[in-house]
Design a protein around this ligand. Structure first.
Ligand code: GAP
Length: 449
């Protein structure tokens, strides 16, 4: 399984999905850049998510908040005091570990309230068996300074989750949209955590992206809405093409839950390097809004227009990591086809997620008539969705090259095309070839973007 991970990492670099950041300077530990194909895949995931959970629902509205917020936000949310990881160092080999990662995996809960699980008695270094230091608390907030003077008054923090902006903007958004409870605020954006042990490619990084919804409800309805969002998250996983058998819904015990949560389910995926958290679903009670009302002095209660009742809404929070989505999608789609020398890789991505929806090939690059017709097919299709062009090497190699990046259809313009105005369309998954009239290509390929 570790081999599969290595193969995926190397495919990502070779084909321009994801590669180490600032590599010509030796890179920056666990920072990654999304190249031409990776940015398409990642954007397709984010756009599909937005379409599904914002555009197609009338009870969720969007937000794109500033990354840097007033530091009081993090004081009120508890991040400044409690967003810590338990850290240990090996006295012998000097490697650093998260103490909770030395516990059985079910006890490792990376979020606010991380320190709840005490490390096992007298753990030893998993690398060399050496003695470990005492556990120290390490705050994960990434600090910077605003303005030219680097003193205590200029300190601000990069947000460690997108969630808090939805809480502090709750009143503003509810007022301007006149949404009635239940309703949600959705956001997609970067978050930063000074992780002690980043790693496993894009699984745990210090700069990453989240897609989050804070869904505001009446307290008495939390169980109903928790089930609702669990169902929605299952539907999303199906859309991504992630098999149900590789997903584990892990109920987090009361001792393990963050202090604001009355129920949390972690949605784990069987990554090649082990079963790890992909997404999370939490009932955050009315903890955050209550804290922001207390610290800011603003009344964050909602007034029910029907009953005139005033109350601080409770919140169900489904949260999705973007980078972990990309990784899980790549792992689930990665398929090796054929035997020995004939073996090649097919990325069986759902069409909506594929970086290119089709590729166009002139059979021969040195025949101007063929190239001209192929170019016009390519230009027409490109008005509707991203299309690849390839005129190098034999057609078999061009098919394999597109299979490896998940292009669902390859279109070859050959000599017959000049007479019958038709092309050969080869399907990525079935490898079947069909002759299709150029005028009917759009309909044949579909247009779900
Ligand atoms: N607002 C709740 C929250 O932030 P979390 O479990 O800490 O909860 C939510 O994070 C999701 O963000 C995770 O399920 C994961 O997909 C993603 N995530 C968290 N830390 C990450 C990291 N260091 N690198 C990449 N993704 C991360």
């Amino acid at each position: 399984m570790a081999d599969k991970m290595e193969t995926i990492v190397s495919l990502c670099k070779r084909r321009g999905f994801v590669f180490p950041s600032s590599e010509i300077y030796g890179g920056l530990a666990n920072a990654w850049d999304y190249g031409p194909l990776g940015v398409e895949l990642k954007n397709n995931i984010k756009q599909a998510w937005w379409q599904r959970f914002v555009h197609q629902r009338d009870d969720v509205v969007g937000l794109d908040a500033a990354l840097l917020m007033n530091p009081k936000v993090w004081e009120a949310s508890g991040h400044l005091a409690n967003f810590t990881d338990p850290l240990v160092d090996c006295k012998k080999c000097k490697q650093r570990f998260r103490a909770d990662h030395l516990c059985p995996p079910t006890q490792a809960k990376p979020e606010l309230g991380r320190m709840k699980t005490p490390p096992p008695e007298k753990p030893v270094c998993p690398n060399c068996g050496g003695e470990l230091t005492e556990v120290r608390k390490f705050n994960l907030m990434l600090k910077t300074f605003l303005g030219p003077v680097e003193d205590a008054t200029a300190v601000v923090y990069f947000r460690p989750e997108t969630a808090q902006a939805m809480f502090v903007d709750f009143k503003q958004i509810q007022g301007s949209t006149r949404k009635r409870i239940p309703f949600g605020i959705a956001q997609v954006g970067k978050a930063f955590r000074n992780e002690v042990t980043p790693g496993n490619f894009i699984f745990r990084t210090r700069e990453f992206e989240q897609m989050e919804i804070e869904y505001f409800i009446k307290e008495g309805e939390w169980e109903k809405w928790f089930e609702h969002w669990l169902g929605e998250m299952k539907g999303w996983l199906k859309f991504l093409g992630i098999p149900e058998k590789d997903i584990v819904y892990r109920e987090i015990s009361a001792e393990e839950r963050a202090h604001y949560s009355k129920r949390t389910i972690d949605i784990d995926y069987q990554f090649p390097f082990g079963q790890m958290e992909l997404y999370g679903l939490a009932y955050r009670t009315n903890y955050d809004l209550t804290r922001h009302a207390e610290v800011s002095g603003h009344d964050l209660r909602y007034m029910d227009p029907e009953t005139n009742e005033k109350y601080i809404p409770h919140v169900i929070e489904p949260t999705w990591g973007v980078d972990r989505s990309v990784l899980a999608v790549l792992c689930a789609a990665y398929t090796e086809v054929g035997e020995a020398k004939q073996k090649h890789v097919v990325l069986k991505l759902p069409r909506q997620l594929a970086p290119f929806k089709a590729a166009v090939f002139p059979l021969l690059a040195n025949k101007p008539d063929l190239v001209k017709l192929a170019r016009s097919v390519y230009d027409d299709l490109r008005k509707h969705f991203p299309v690849a062009w390839d005129d190098r090497g034999n057609i078999g190699k061009r098919y394999f090259s597109q299979d490896e990046i998940g292009t669902p259809a390859c279109i070859t313009v050959d000599f017959d095309s000049l007479n019958d105005n038709a092309v050969t369309v080869r399907d990525r998954d079935t490898m079947k070839q069909e002759r299709v009239k150029i005028g009917e290509l759009m309909q044949y390929l579909g247009n779900d973007k």
